[in-house]
Design a binder for this molecule. Structure first.
Ligand SMILES: Nc1ncnc2c1ncn2[C@@H]1O[C@H](COP(=O)(O)OP(=O)(O)OP(=O)(O)O)[C@@H](O)[C@H]1O
Ligand SMILES: [Mg+2]
Length: 316
């Protein structure tokens, strides 16, 4: 956790996001609160449909918050904000999207793709400055200056994701939301893109919200992890703490799906299937968000909290 100071860069408070479609409505994000500190890599992990992308899109104001607030550097950025704050948000919070194959304009050169934000915000004095910013961003992600003249279809998936990252970096943001940035990539190049993100963070003091659906990737990348299921946070802790002392049934089921290096252990491993109906009894008392160990939060009722604490009291 070195290099992380106390001030939250991003603060999400009781966020709810409801989608309305005619007479039906669906709440994709329910009462979610967390802070991301300056210089921190914060991971949001959960299965498909759990609301991860929706949270990212709400931070960058594509989806409106139905309830709750979002603060960036202490300033409210959810709800109605002035124009100046709006462009401040766009410049400082950038999102790398899930699918690099779908997120590039095929008709534009890489030079244009990477420059788009610069054009939109008038972030260069002349052509020379714009070109040098584009070249620098391409070099920063391990691409070549000559790639600027080419078109997206001439690049592999991994290279395309680098282009998406270059497009984000050229804006010199403080905070990057990386939405499953490697899940669409070939296994062999995932580590390269992850290392690139890690190095950039160190060089530029960036903060990340890193979205993923499995815990393996995140263990190597994140300072803290929040586990989300059906729009609700179930657990939040420092990365090693979460791996050493998983509490919630859902977190334990995610961990049971992490492959083990020892093939014999892997074969005898029991997969824990999360079944909220049978695993929780909330008929007498509903769950609340509570800190069971320092910095380690879980959604539980009194009985579960006691049970979770007992699980680890014998061997610590
Ligand atoms: N614009 C929308 N209108 C209606 N429902 C939506 C909209 N966007 C998302 N949803 C619903 O909200 C839920 C959460 O979607 P979201 O994309 O945030 O999930 P996710 O955790 O990112 O999943 P994945 O891992 O598959 O990307 C899903 O049930 C989805 O169908
Ligand atoms: Mg998603």
């Amino acid at each position: 956790m070195s290099g992380i100071n106390r001030e939250p860069m991003l603060s999400i408070k009781n966020l709810e996001v409801t989608f309305k479609n005619g007479n039906t409505s669906f709440t994709a994000v329910k009462n979610v609160s967390f802070d991301i500190m300056e210089g921190e890599s914060f991971a949001l992990v959960g299965e498909s449909g759990s609301g991860k992308t929706t949270i990212g899109r709400t931070i960058i104001r594509i989806n409106p918050a139905s309830h709750g607030e979002i603060y960036f550097k202490g300033k409210r950025i959810s709800g109605v904000i002035d124009k100046e704050t709006d462009s401040w948000v766009i410049r400082n919070i950038q999102m790398v999207f899930q699918d690099p194959m779908a997120s590039l304009n095929e008709r534009a050169t890489i030079d244009y793709v990477v420059s788009e934000g610069l054009y939109n915000f008038n972030l260069f004095a002349g052509e020379e400055e714009r070109r040098s910013k584009v070249f620098r961003a391409l070099r920063d992600v391990g691409l070549l200056e000559e790639h600027a003249e080419r078109y997206p279809h001439e690049f592999s998936g991994g290279q395309r994701q680098r282009i998406c990252i270059a497009r984000v970096l050229v804006m010199e943001p403080k905070f990057i939301i990386a939405d499953e940035p490697i899940s669409a990539l070939d296994v062999s190049i995932r580590a390269q893109v992850l290392n690139l993100l890690k190095d950039l963070k160190k060089e530029r003091g960036l903060s990340y919200l890193f979205i993923a659906h499995d815990l393996t990737v995140v263990r190597y990348f994140a300072d803290r992890i929040a586990v989300i299921h059906q729009g609700e946070l179930k657990e939040l802790a420092q990365t090693e703490e979460l791996f050493n002392r998983p509490l919630h049934y859902y977190t334990r089921s995610l961990l049971s799906a992490v492959p083990m290096p020892d093939p014999d252990l892997e074969k005898s491993k029991q997969l824990l299937v999360y079944d909220p109906e049978t695993m929780h009894d909330y008929s007498k008392q509903g769950p609340t968000w509570r800190e069971l160990f320092p910095g380690h939060f879980v959604l539980a009722n009194d009985r579960e909290a006691e049970e979770y604490q007992k699980m680890y009291s014998s061997n610590t």
